[in-house]
Design a protein around this ligand. Structure first.
Ligand code: KG4
Ligand code: ZN
Length: 330
């Protein structure tokens, strides 16, 4: 059984986790940077990179201490090597390289999206390949056929904003604070989903892709009229997102061979309305619905350690010359 240390630093969470290949999470340490970025209403790359540099080493120490381990007990060191804010990615990757070099252990460069894509398998031993994955995060909105480790078919992607980005921008417009997704969801709980007429971009389109930019602009216009309660705009926005995701999902599923499981991953998978819609859709299509627990949906080190464990088991290790990638499609 292999024990993997995984580092994550591609956006605004600094994290280190230790996972064993039998799915035991031995430690997971995480530090959010919300307080660093709140005043700016979004993640500032340079501030994020500096915070990662300060936080990463203590988090590795904390994870080792929690697991009651030293670096000697670790079999391989995995880190997010992209895509993401490059300064932050470099902090995690360089830390992993230094640890790998000092301990003479293998380095595993993990694609952050693969971390999200495989994370449901960390908590669900029965989730076998292939499965249909809706990956919804701050930077991405993709529908993927996950065939195996390192083997993905992208069926659809967003032509403009990511779905999490739409939540974050909506929160900013409505003055709901940062991070936006959870704030919009909380406000929506006290609003009326039918109160504000908003568009459903690409709904009914004869192509598989997603689009959210028009929705965000419509939120801005609705808010500027001064006619609507913030809670009602939030609820109407969330409903529009749910409707768009459902319509686009239906388009692809209608046109492909049936798969046994529908899986959701990425930060937006923490959203209750989206999870409910997906669970209902899966049931209607005779698919099993798998969603990671909330803490595993948003960025964390365990998903990177787990992707590292899956890659390690497949013999996929990387050289110390691996270069961090700001863009890296699956
Ligand atoms: O996967 P993640 O932690 O980071 C990226 O790799 O992007 O996703 C963060 C995104 C943010 O846009 C955040 O607003 C969104 O996930 N998010 C949510 C919720 N929790 C986090 N969006 C909607 N509802 C939520 N409850
Ligand atoms: Zn992410």
């Amino acid at each position: 059984m292999a024990i993997i240390l995984g580092l994550e630093s591609s956006c605004d969470e600094t994290a280190a986790a230790i996972v064993r290949s039998d799915r035991t999470i031995l430690a997971h340490a995480l530090a959010g940077q919300e307080d660093h970025h709140r005043a700016f209403g979004g993640v500032v790359p340079e501030i994020a990179a500096r915070a990662h540099a300060e936080l990463m080493t203590p988090l590795v120490q904390a994870a080792l201490a929690d697991a009651g381990m030293t670096l000697d007990d670790i079999d391989a060191i995995a880190a997010t090597a992209g895509p993401g804010l490059i300064g932050g990615v470099m902090v995690g990757l360089v830390t992993a390289k230094a640890l790998a070099m000092a301990t003479d252990k293998p380095l595993i460069a993990v694609n952050h999206l693969e971390g999200h894509a495989l994370s449901p398998r960390l908590v669900d031993a029965d989730l076998a390949f292939p499965y249909l994955l809706l990956l919804v995060s701050g930077g991405h909105c993709q529908l993927l056929r996950v065939n195996g480790v390192g083997d993905y078919n992208r069926l659809a992607t967003t032509i403009d904003d990511a779905v999490g980005e739409a939540f974050d921008k909506t929160a900013k417009i409505l003055g709901l604070g940062f991070p936006g997704g959870p704030a919009v969801e909380r406000a929506a709980a006290n609003g009326e989903a039918g109160a504000v007429p908003l568009p459903r971009p690409l709904k009914g389109a004869d192509e598989p892709h997603f689009s959210f930019a028009g929705l965000k602009s419509a939120v801005l216009r609705a808010h500027e009229t001064g006619q609507y309660r913030v809670e009602d705009i939030a609820a109407s926005f969330q409903q529009a997102v749910v409707d768009c995701l459902l319509d686009r999902l239906r388009y692809s599923v209608d046109r492909m061979e049936s798969l046994p499981a529908l899986v959701v991953a990425g930060g937006v998978a923490a959203n209750g309305a989206i999870r409910t819609m997906l669970a209902d859709f899966a049931t209607a299509r005779g698919m099993r619905f798998v969603a990671p627990p909330l803490w595993l949906c948003t960025d964390n080190g365990a998903m990177i350690a787990w992707a590292g464990a899956e890659r390690f088991a497949a013999g996929l290790i990387d050289g110390l010359d691996f270069v961090a990638r700001p863009r890296w499609p699956l």
